[in-house]
Design a protein around this ligand. Structure first.
Ligand SMILES: [Zn+2]
Ligand SMILES: [Zn+2]
Ligand SMILES: [Zn+2]
Ligand SMILES: [Zn+2]
Length: 797
């Protein structure tokens, strides 16, 4: 969801096509500020279209939605599907008015689900929330008993006793309950009292994740680049722009950079499809998005979310995150929710960037950029040879764009502002789309009186100006024009500098014996230091994320003097050079990395073989572009690529159906279906096709769920061969696969195989994720456990 929704894009494209040619030319050549001044005059017919589109994105609190989610939550609760129930109560809470008995009821219900999930600490938090939001007095004893039970399970006996005394007093004092409920509660109360007395629950349950922080890695920070290791240095030349170079020999796995995002916005949905609802439909669905799963502010995974008090969209992991977000940016964003979702995550990042920077810093840098001598600096980096010569001769890092007067490069707004916007290289249509989108946001800020908040001013001081640039004004105030210019710059920068924040999401499979992990794009962010890294299709680092913090590690030995390379997406293991170059064109450069040069010279199509079709008649490889011909002359079979592509699509759908069967606990049927898919796939896909690996992976998953560890391991090993071929033997993908295999072998008590797999997984994952990652910790726990097994079991295996 980087760009605005399709409907808005089309609307703007029609507007662009209808402009006078002279005006189009003027806009194409204009500076950002000039373009915005012209754009504001043009903006008008868009208002109605925007209002219509925003009406189809739901971010308000709606009682009907609250009712739907609460009822659905109760239904799942009845089916003992407690994590689903907890999530649905969260969604209900997000739609209830804040500080109301209704929202308190949602928290109380959720606390019951959390109790069943064994998450006692979080359950207690929810009970406290219910109490503080005005939970009905007559229902309180039931919730307080749950509280006592939680405290008991956590081994807090005194607190449990105190709570019970409070319940007892309450019940005798008001005696308002019907006699039967009263009796049930009394029974429960007595039961708990005996349990406390006996101390029968003496074993306090551990926190499910055991958040023990290990001592951090030894690391020496760079004096001039914030967050970077001292083994890096910042260089600059006209050919490569700013870039980081190893200033000493670097070992694989070595920590090179730890950077917190300057700004980070959660992507509502994975992929590029925010689907607008038809205004006639008032259907609520139970589909889960990133917005339901991760904290809007810090990206922590949500269990019991705290909803925003203004909208139904933003959810937080804690009241603290909710308060910080509100203070820093959300009070401005909250009323703009639907508009921001519709205009896409790039516009949203642009707005939040200026909100975080503060108006005085924004206006200082916008004015600085208008100064001609500073333009030269920026052009130098964009590769403009004429203006760059002066720079090359400067010593040290002082003259490098984005560095402060002491030559230090910090994760600051100055550094973000100095990322290249490539104003001249974007297509005029694209610039027009970005511009109208930014104007839409600024007009809305002015219209809703949020301007003061953006400019960090008291509304009273704004008084006089607001008369001039009131709600109906055609123009934007001079301050908002400056803000708009900065935002437009940021949207254009994002095309080359947006960093996706990804996590490996754990998918529970069946009984949860084997955890399946899938990489998910969570958010879009600016990391000004990480952005210093140039691209290579064969990078020498690996990036991992924890919340909004990125960690960069060397993935191979890097000798002193060599440049540090990040892969922007197109990796040489996954794509052919032509495909990579096409994808990289959005970054306005032609990749000349070693992998590209080698491939362009040798014209060996190594990767193309891997994801190709084979002849349905004789399984020989197929040749050609649109029309595919069998490479076996004797066969000479031919078929259109489209037909085989459709067959592949069918196969993928069958595979999805098989996984659905698995979710409904119909494992045998799922296996039969997958085996049939496999037979079919062998007929027209090359044996190295990634889908072959996926099929093996799914089979392994089902056998693991059934406890058939040997079969599971056999299938997973075949999947691993393909992953190795596609991603390389020391890739992070390979690490995840080996991790899964280790779990299967561990469960199957195949001790020696498990130990050697753990070893391999550990070697790879510690390079990519570091020795402190949870995966490494889990591997080490498995290892300890295996080594401590009684001899009798070891001999059997
Ligand atoms: Zn948070
Ligand atoms: Zn909100
Ligand atoms: Zn390349
Ligand atoms: Zn053939």
């Amino acid at each position: 969801m980087a760009l605005p929704v399709e409907e808005w894009r089309q609307n703007v494209a029609r507007r662009w096509a209808a402009l006078e040619p002279a005006l189009r030319e003027q806009l194409a050549a204009a500076s950002l500020g000039e373009a915005l001044r012209v754009g504001c005059g043009l903006f008008g017919p868009e208002v109605a279209a925007l209002r219509r589109l925003c009406g189809r994105v739901r971010t308000d609190k709606e009682p009907a939605a609250a009712r739907f989610y609460r009822e659905e939550g109760n239904r799942r609760f009845g089916l003992c599907r407690y994590s689903e129930a907890a999530r649905l109560y969260s969604q209900a809470a997000a739609h209830e008015p804040p500080r109301s008995p209704e929202v308190a009821l949602c928290f109380a219900n959720r606390s019951a689900a959390l109790f069943h999930l064994g998450r006692f600490e979080v359950c207690l938090e929810d009970i406290a929330r219910a109490e503080s939001h005005g939970y009905p007095d007559r229902l309180l004893p039931k919730v307080l008993l749950r509280k006592a039970e939680c405290l008991l399970r956590l081994g807090r006996l005194q607190d449990a006793t105190d709570t019970l005394t409070a319940v007892e007093n309450k019940m005798t004092v008001d005696g308002i309950m019907t006699s039967s409920t009263h009796l049930t509660l009394l029974k429960k109360l007595n039961q708990l009292k005996t349990e406390i007395h006996q101390g029968s629950c003496s074993e306090p349950s551990r926190g499910a994740h055991g958040d023990i922080q290990r001592e951090s890695e030894i690391w020496e920070e760079n004096g001039s680049i914030s967050g970077a290791s001292s083994s890096l240095s910042l260089n600059f030349n006209t050919e490569r722009g700013r870039h980081l170079v190893a200033s000493q020999d670097i070992l694989p796995g070595q920590n090179l950079l730890k950077e917190k995002a300057f700004v980070c916005v959660l992507c509502p949905v994975e992929g590029d499809s925010l689907l607008l609802q038809n205004s006639s439909e008032t259907v609520w669905d139970t589909q889960v998005t990133n917005a339901d799963l991760y904290c809007h502010h810090c990206l922590k995974q949500l269990l019991a979310s705290v909803p925003c008090c203004g909208c139904s969209y933003a959810k937080y992991c804690s009241q603290n995150c909710a308060d910080v977000a509100w203070e820093q940016y959300h009070r401005t964003e909250c009323p703009l929710g639907a508009l921001l979702l519709m205009l896409g995550v790039f516009c949203h990042v642009a707005l939040r960037t200026v909100l975080l920077a503060g108006f005085s810093e924004v206006s200082r840098l916008v004015e600085w950029s208008h100064d001609d001598s500073n333009k030269d600096l920026c052009n130098a980096e964009a590769g403009d040879k004429h203006s760059s010569e002066a720079l090359d001769t400067r010593a040290g890092t002082k003259g490098i764009p984005g560095c402060n007067d002491d030559g230090q490069y910090q994760s600051s707004y100055r550094a973000v502002f100095n990322l290249l916007p490539h104003v001249e290289k974007h297509s005029p249509e694209h610039k027009f789309l970005c511009m109208l989108s930014i104007i839409a946001i600024c007009k809305k800020l002015q219209e809703t009186g949020l301007e003061a908040a953006v400019l960090n001013r008291e509304s009273s001081i704004m008084g006089s100006e607001q008369k001039m640039y009131g709600k109906t004004s055609e123009e934007l105030s001079p301050e908002l024009m400056i803000t708009a210019e900065a935002m437009l710059r940021h949207v254009l920068q994002l095309q080359c500098n947006a960093q996706a924040v990804t996590v490996t999401q754990e998918l529970e499979s069946g009984d949860g014996a084997v955890v399946n992990k899938k990489p998910v794009r969570l958010a879009t962010a600016f990391f000004p230091v990480l952005s210093l890294l140039n691209h290579s299709c064969s990078p020498n680092i690996s990036v991992s994320f924890s919340g909004t913090v990125a960690t960069v590690r060397a993935s191979q030995p890097i000798p002193s003097g060599q440049e540090i390379f990040h892969c922007y997406g197109p990796h040489h293991c996954r794509m052919r050079v032509a495909e990579r170059q096409q994808l990289l064109s959005q970054y306005f450069f032609e990749c000349r990395c070693q992998a590209c040069l080698d491939e362009l010279e040798s014209d060996v199509e190594s990767v193309s073989m891997r994801n190709s079709f084979c002849c349905p008649n004789c399984q020989a490889s197929m040749q050609g572009k649109e029309m595919l011909c069998c490479s076996n002359e004797a066969c000479a079979f031919s078929v259109s690529r489209g037909r085989l592509s459709r067959r592949l699509l069918d196969l993928q759908q069958q595979m999805e159906k098989a996984l659905e069967l698995l979710r409904d606990s119909k494992a045998d049927e799922a296996i039969r279906m997958l085996l049939k898919c496999q037979m079919d796939a062998r007929n027209f896909l090359s044996p190295e096709h990634l889908l072959m690996g996926e099929l093996e992976d799914h089979l392994a998953q089902i056998y693991a769920a059934l406890g058939k560890w040997q079969e599971a391991a056999r299938h997973l090993e075949r999947s691993i061969q393909l992953v190795e071929m596609h991603h390389g033997p020391s890739s992070v993908e390979m690490g995840h696969e080996l991790f899964k295999l280790a779990q299967i072998l561990f469960n199957g008590l195949a001790v020696s195989e498990a130990l050697s797999t753990i070893q391999r997984a550990e070697e790879i994952l510690s390079v990519h994720c570091g020795p402190q990652s949870t995966q490494i910790q889990e591997l080490q726990e498995m290892k300890t456990c295996l080594l401590e097994l009684p001899r009798s079991i070891l001999q059997r295996t």
